[in-house]
Design a protein around this ligand. Structure first.
Ligand SMILES: [Zn+2]
Length: 492
C-alpha cells in the first residue's frame, strides 16, 4: 500500500458551527439606554503573538465562564482597530472529533495584511460586551515579521485553478491562494526534500466536496471543500490549510502504511516552522502521537531539540519514501522507539504519567490481529490478517494516563449500546479518557484472555473460531483459541 497523501480532516458537527468564530467588519459602538447594566468582560488570558511567514497569528483564551456570551473582541495593531471577531473561537476537538469531549476553546486571528519585514508591530485584544462597551484589554504584545528568503532551489510551481461553477467570492478566495502557493511551496520543498524526490512542478487547486469536509491532497491536486471555503469561521486558517495540503504534495510517495502520523506530523511541523500558522493545542496526558497532526508534531519537535537533530524533518521525509521502518529510523536516531520517546516526553510534562504501550493484539490460535477495517473507526473492530499498518496499533492507557483503555485508531474498545451481556458486540466508541466507564476498561490476563472489567466477560471472535475477518463479542472467559490473545510487536 502506498500512501501518496493524507486528507486533513476537518469534520465539524453542525451543532458546533453556530459557535464558531466569525469575522465581521468593525461595528460602531451603540449607546444603550434603559437597559440593565451589562457587565464589562474581563481580559482574555494566554494572549500570544506569533510572527512568521508573511502573517502574524494572535492566539488567546476566553475566560472560562464569562457572564455574557458571545463576547466580541476588538483587534488592535499599533493601537488602531483592524478587525472585530466574535467569540468563541474554534473549539479544539478530541482526536475522534466529537463535540462532547471538546478540550477547550481557543480564539485566534491571523493578520494577513501585507506588512514589511523587520518592523515591530504591537497588538492588543479588547473584549467587548453586546453593547460594544470595552472590557479589560490584554497587555500589548509585539512581533516582527522575519525577512523572507527568496533564493529557493525548488522552482516556483505552475499553479492551476479550476474556478468553473464557483461563486465570484469562492473564485476570488481560491485565486488568492495562487501567489501563496507560488511563494511557499518552494520553501517547504527546500526544507523537506532532497534528491531523488523532487516536488511536483505543478499544483492543481480544485473546489469540490471531500470525504472529510475540509481540504485534502492527492497526486498533484489540492481539493478544498466548498462548505469549508464558505464558512467564515475558518477564514483565519485558510492559508495554513492550503499550505498543509500543498506540503502533502511535496511528501508524495510515502511507502509506509504505518506512518500516516508521520505524514501529518511532518506537514504540520513544516508549515508551523516556516509559515507559522499555529493550531493551538494544550498538551493533555492522554494525547498520543498516533493522534497525528499537532500531537505528532510535538513528538518531532521533542526529538529535534532533545536529540539535537536539526535535519529530522528532511531525514524523516526521506525515510518515509523507503522501506525502512519508521521504528528503525527513530531507534537509529535516538536509541528509543517512537512510543518510548512519547512516554519520556509526556513524563517530562506530567509527573506520575504512566507509560502507554503500543502493540498489536494477535489471536493466539490463529494469525489474526484486531484491526479497524479500512481505517474506519466508526465500524466495529474485526480480527483480520496481521500486517504492517496503523489500523492494528492499539494504545493501552494504564491507570492515571487513561485508566485501562484500549485505543484503536483514535477510538476505544467498548461494548455495543453499553450492554455487558454475553454475546454483545465489541465496538469502537469515543474514549472516556478522564473517567472511563468500566466497560471501556480491559485487562489482558496471564492466560491470554482479554477481560472486560464492566462485564466480567472476555473478548471472543464472533463465530467462535480462529478464522480472520470476523467481529468480536463478549463471552465467558474460557481460555480457548478463539479468545486468547498475545501481544505482537508494534509495527512502528
Ligand atoms: Zn494532512
Amino acid at each position: 500500500m502506498e500512501i501518496t497523501s493524507a486528507p486533513r480532516s476537518r469534520r465539524v458537527p453542525a451543532t458546533v458551527l453556530s459557535l464558531l468564530l466569525s469575522l465581521t467588519v468593525t461595528g460602531t459602538a451603540v449607546a444603550v439606554t434603559g437597559s440593565p447594566a451589562l457587565a464589562l468582560p474581563p481580559a482574555p488570558s494566554a494572549f500570544a503573538v506569533l510572527a512568521g511567514g508573511p502573517s502574524i497569528a494572535l492566539l488567546w483564551r476566553p475566560q472560562p465562564a464569562p457572564a455574557e456570551r458571545p463576547v466580541r473582541y476588538q483587534i488592535k495593531r499599533n493601537n488602531v482597530e483592524i478587525a472585530t471577531v466574535t467569540d468563541p473561537g474554534l473549539p479544539v476537538r478530541s482526536p475522534s472529533g466529537t463535540v462532547a469531549d471538546v478540550v477547550r476553546y481557543v480564539d485566534r486571528f491571523t493578520d494577513i495584511t501585507p506588512l514589511p519585514a523587520g518592523q515591530t508591530f504591537t497588538y492588543q485584544i479588547v473584549p467587548l460586551n453586546s453593547a460594544n462597551q470595552p472590557g479589560t484589554a490584554t497587555a500589548t504584545k509585539s512581533a516582527v515579521l522575519p525577512a523572507q528568503n527568496s533564493n529557493t532551489t525548488t522552482p516556483k510551481p505552475v499553479v492551476t485553478v479550476d474556478t468553473s461553477g464557483l461563486t465570484s467570492t469562492q473564485a476570488a478566495t481560491v485565486n488568492g491562494f495562487v501567489p501563496l502557493i507560488e511563494d511557499w511551496y518552494p520553501k517547504l520543498s527546500d526544507a523537506l526534500n532532497a534528491a531523488p524526490f523532487p516536488a511536483s512542478p505543478t499544483v492543481n487547486l480544485v473546489v469540490a466536496h471531500t470525504g472529510g469536509g475540509g481540504a485534502e491532497a492527492s497526486g498533484t491536486t489540492v481539493t478544498i471543500d466548498p462548505d469549508y471555503l464558505d464558512n467564515p469561521a475558518y477564514r483565519p486558517e485558510f492559508n495554513g490549510t492550503v499550505l498543509h495540503e500543498a506540503t502533502h504534495l511535496i511528501q508524495a510517495g510515502y511507502q509506509c502504511p504505518e506512518c500516516m502520523w508521520v505524514a501529518e506530523g511532518v506537514a504540520v511541523y513544516a508549515t508551523h516552522s516556516l509559515y507559522q500558522d499555529f493550531d493551538p493545542i494544550a498538551p493533555q496526558r492522554w494525547h498520543h502521537y498516533l493522534h497525528k497532526y499537532s500531537e505528532a508534531e510535538r513528538l518531532l519537535r521533542y526529538v529535534t531539540t532533545t536529540y539535537h537533530k536539526p535535519d529530522l524533518l528532511r531525514d524523516l521525509n526521506l525515510a518515509a519514501r523507503t522501506t525502512t521502518s519508521i521504528t528503525a529510523f527513530f531507534e537509529d536516531q535516538t536509541g528509543l522507539t517512537t512510543n518510548a520517546l512519547w512516554n519520556a516526553m509526556q513524563l517530562s510534562i506530567y509527573p506520575g504519567f504512566r507509560a502507554t504501550t503500543v502493540r498489536r493484539y494477535q489471536l493466539a490460535g490463529g494469525s489474526g490481529c484486531v484491526e479497524t477495517p479500512f481505517y474506519d473507526n466508526t465500524v466495529p473492530p474485526r480480527v483480520n490478517a496481521c500486517w504492517v499498518t496503523e489500523a492494528q496499533e492499539i494504545i493501552r492507557w494504564p491507570a492515571a494516563s487513561g485508566s485501562g483503555l484500549l485505543e484503536l485508531y483514535g477510538r476505544c474498545l467498548d461494548t455495543e449500546n453499553g450492554s455487558v451481556a454475553a454475546g454483545t458486540r465489541i465496538v469502537l466508541a469515543d474514549c472516556a479518557y478522564d473517567a472511563p466507564p468500566a466497560r471501556q476498561r480491559w485487562v489482558l490476563r496471564a492466560n491470554g484472555t482479554l477481560l472486560n472489567v464492566g462485564a466480567s466477560l472476555c473478548a471472543r471472535t464472533w463465530n467462535g473460531t480462529t478464522a480472520v475477518d470476523q467481529e468480536l463479542k463478549l463471552a465467558t472467559c474460557t481460555a480457548d483459541a478463539s479468545r486468547t490473545f498475545t501481544l505482537a510487536a508494534a509495527t512502528q
